[in-house]
Write a protein that binds this ligand. Structure first.
Ligand SMILES: Nc1ncnc2c1ncn2[C@@H]1O[C@H](COP(=O)(O)OP(=O)(O)OP(=O)(O)O)[C@@H](O)[C@H]1O
Ligand SMILES: [Mg+2]
Length: 342
């Protein structure tokens, strides 16, 4: 937004800036948002009461494993899924009371490819623009802009079904932006892409964010969340387990490195206590999980060798061992006691 400055001495009133999104209105606000799917084979509590507060301009990530409730949450925020409890405001509008108002102010990229396969790249963009009420001329201009911004220049006349996975994903995101939405929702935008294509898409999303676009993205990819998001909510079984900046979350988990040793044999549950591991000030937690011992420590040097030795004293034989530096993965492990598998 341009700041209105009065030229000294001229007495002229400066141009009124365009209204733009209201900075006072948070982009996304939910309170105790819930979704239970009803089915003859029993109810599924997909989302069990989620509170989110995403200010304008933020890049926010919902990170969680399969079935955590990410798509259901995004579905409710984008008016595609009816909540069964709580409230959600998007760009200041209630998703239940004013779904049309919400839809006009959001861009959505769902998990599946919803392009019009028999239309060209340019047509996919123009048709969507027309749907949002742009004139034919404006629609062409907007399409040209987006084709340029998303590096699709040499594919503008290609049919959507001829695009590579990465190109299709770029076009889906471009199409979600034709009407300059307040909030862009992306459900697992890089799932199924090869690493290089994924990194290219990250770059595009970074640029969008730098230009001020508010984004809510879901991902089960930890590195993606770390790379892109200002703030992350870790979700599992329909609940937010932790929320904050990536660094903040890592510090919250005690900034601990996780040392895991897996033995050939089952480990006695009181092993950490008997070996004096739990009593150490540097150790925030030590647990036994079947044949594994897992120790969260702020001073991991030498710990792995020590665990191997302590195990040997009990007649345990090492199968494998691992050391994880503080990351969202160790945060997840600390919160759930489960390893995060992608
Ligand atoms: N339409 C539906 N009817 C019944 N159950 C559903 C429906 N959609 C999702 N679920 C269930 O709700 C839970 C949450 O699913 P959801 O798709 O929101 O998770 P997700 O985090 O997006 O998972 P993924 O990483 O696999 O995309 C799962 O147990 C899922 O099986
Ligand atoms: Mg999903």
């Amino acid at each position: 937004m341009t700041t209105a400055v009065r030229e000294p001495g001229t007495g002229e009133t400066p141009e009124t800036p365009l209204p733009g999104p209201d900075p006072e209105i948070t982009a996304i606000n939910t309170k105790n948002l819930k979704k239970t799917y009803k089915s003859p084979r029993g109810n599924v509590e997909a989302v069990r009461g989620i509170d989110l507060d995403v200010p304008r301009g933020e890049f926010f990530g919902l990170l969680g494993p399969n079935g955590a409730g990410k798509s259901t949450t995004i579905g409710m925020l984008t008016t595609l899924v009816a909540p069964t409890g709580g409230t959600a405001l998007v760009a200041g509008r209630d998703v239940v009371a004013d779904p049309v108002g919400v839809k006009r102010r959001i861009g959505v990229v769902t998990q599946n490819n919803t392009l019009d396969m028999q239309l060209t790249v340019a047509e996919n963009l123009q048709f969507r623009s027309r749907f949002f009420g742009l004139s034919s001329r404006e629609a062409s201009r907007r399409a040209a802009q987006l084709i340029d911004a998303f590096g699709l220049g040499d594919r503008r006349k290609a049919l959507a079904h001829a695009l590579s996975g990465g190109q299709a994903r770029r076009l889906l995101i471009a199409r979600a932006l034709v009407h300059k939405p307040d909030v862009l929702f992306l459900d697992e935008p890089t799932a199924g892409l090869d690493p290089q294509t994924r990194v290219n898409l990250w770059e595009i999303l970074r640029v969008l964010h730098a230009e001020g676009q508010t984004v809510l993205l879901t991902t089960h990819h930890m590195e993606e969340a770390e790379q892109l998001c200002d703030r992350v909510a870790i979700v599992d079984h329909g609940r937010v387990l932790a929320e904050g900046g990536v660094d903040e979350l890592k510090q919250g988990a005690g900034a601990a490195t996780v040392v895991t040793v897996r033995f050939e044999e089952q480990v006695q549950p009181d092993f950490p206590e008997r070996m004096g591991l739990t009593a150490r000030p540097s150790v925030s937690s030590a647990e036994v999980d079947g044949d594994q011992v897992r120790v969260f420590s702020a001073e991991p040097d030498g710990l792995l060798g020590e665990l191997v030795e302590l195990g040997a004293r009990e007649g345990l034989h090492v199968r494998d061992a691992a050391q994880l530096r503080p990351s969202l993965e160790t945060v997840f492990l600390a919160l759930t006691g489960r390893e995060y598998r992608e």
